[in-house]
Every structure is written in structure tokens, then in C-alpha cells.
Design a protein around this ligand. Sequence first.
Ligand code: DOR
Ligand code: ZN
Length: 324
Amino acid sequence: MILNTPIDMHLHLREGKILKDVIPYTTNQFAAAVIMPNLIPPVDNREKLESYKAEILENSENFTPLMNLFMREYTEEELLDLSEDIFAIKLYPAGITTNSENGVKSIEAIYPVLEIMQELDIPLSVHGETNGFVLDREREFGAVYKKLAIDFPKLKVIMEHVGTADLLSLLDEYENLYATVTLHHLLLTLDDVAGGMLNPHYFCKPIIKTPKDKMEIQKFVKSGHKKIMFGSDSAPHPIKNKLKGAAGVFSAPVILPALAEFFEGDNETFQKFISDNARENFNLNLPERQVELIEEEWIAPYIVGDIKPMWAGKKFRYKVKNAV
Ligand code: DOR
Ligand code: ZN
């Protein structure tokens, strides 16, 4: 099976040694990825944007990093300067997840920035969670998504890593809302995290939810809905940090083999989810690259550097032809 120009619409690569360890697992499967900016300090100025992009390019080949900025109160002048070099700006509510302490404390405070983004056609990427009860946080954030969609009708808003079925109906209600879905929210439930022995490697934000949520998300993805795109949210943390409670699933190594089994036989929908929807929704003009999957047993790596991947050691029926 050949996939044309697969894109991961939500990826954490980190910097330094971790980046070097994890990046080959993305670049062998994806032609491009949207790179998240929650570093310490965050990617929120031209200097950091350029040095981070250069680090990614030095460690990859035939791969396009689509860079995101971390939301703050940017001026019009700054955004005019940056707009050609970024894909989107990522909004993290303050303190809601990894390295988001400097996130947004009040959505109203960034309304002037959103006005400028709308004018310059810069998409808004959102980590949509309130600080309510952990299982309700995404559903509660639905009100914010609706308000953003109404107040900025020309601003493209991406609901990232949707794990709550309730948010999906917003896609058809508001023309300017889009969604990414991760591998882990598509294929796991809270039982995989805490139903038996605690599995800290599947602990992430937003937390993986109920079988009903999973089924609904699967239904939407299988339907080939145009506004749903794959975004892994692959988020590597060294094992010692995971054992201290860091949130994030390192799914990068297993993505295409796992999705090939999920879509089994429906290559057309697979192609849309992994690339075409994103390219059409955001007019992405990327160098094309084919990625081949072959039907051959493949075992997911047990460890990558100091990081434990999702489904470490699991057997898959498909293998990426140039597997790492
Ligand atoms: O689980 C998560 N990990 N969710 C996020 O939003 C951030 C990510 C990370 O950077 O580790
Ligand atoms: Zn993320």
C-alpha cells in the first residue's frame, strides 16, 4: 500500500538528544508534520522559531516541519513578520498540560491577536480543556470553541486531539472548526490506562476517555469526514519522568502500522485522514513523497533512547517499508 505525502498534524519533537532519538520514527513515515512549540522557553519569537526549525532540518531529510508558535499577546507587526514562516499559533490554557505555565490566562486578553490572525489567515490551534473534573474538561471547553467560532467566523480553529465524542458534532455546526485525532484516542480507552495495572505510558492530556467516546471517534474517522485530520500528539518523555506523572504518549513509531490495521482495506479513507483532508483544509503546498507499507510482520520497538513507545513489543501485520 502506498500513501501519498502523509502528514502528522500535531507532533512534539522536543530538542537535543530526545529530538535526535525520536525524529527518525516520524520522518520515515511522514512527509511533513506540524511541530508543537511548548519548549522551555517556548517558541514565541523569530529567533527561537528559526533555531528550532534549523535543528529539525539538520536531523531530517525529505521532511517538511510546519512550525507553530506558542500563543502570547503578539503585535500586528510581529505577526506580519512571522506569518509566512508558520503554520498556526497554538493556544494552551495556562497550566493545563506539559510546559504550558506561560499559556493563556484569559481568552478575552488574546482577542486582539485573534483579530489579526483572522485577517492574516493564520490558523488557531487549541488545546481545549477547562480546569474542571478531568473527564469533563474537553466537553466543558466546547462552549469556548463555539464562542471562538462565532466571534471569528473567518479564523480557522483546530480542536486538537479530540477525545470526547461531544466535540465532534461541532464540526458540522461551525464551518471554521476542524479537528485532529490521535492514535491513542482513536484506539484506546481509560481502561488501557487505569483499568488493570496502572499504565503511566498511556497517561496524557486530554486523558483517554470512555468506550463510547472511542466508538464515536472511530465512526467519524471511518466516515471520511473532511474536517478530521490525523495529528498524533506523539509526546516523548524519558521513562523516569513518566513514572513521576508526566503526561504524553510516545506513539510515533507505531502510527502507520496501527492505522493500516484500523483502516484495513479502505485505503481511500486512510489517505484522506493521513494527508488529503489536511492539504485541502489548509491549502498546504508540500513536496509530494510516497510512503510504502508492506504486509509483513513487524514488532514495535521496546525502547527508543530513554523513552517507552506506545505498544512497545506489539506485533503488527504491516510494516513501513523503510522501517527504522
Ligand atoms: O499529554 C500531553 N503531552 N498533552 C499535551 O497537551 C502536551 C504533551 C506534551 O508536550 O508532553
Ligand atoms: Zn500536543
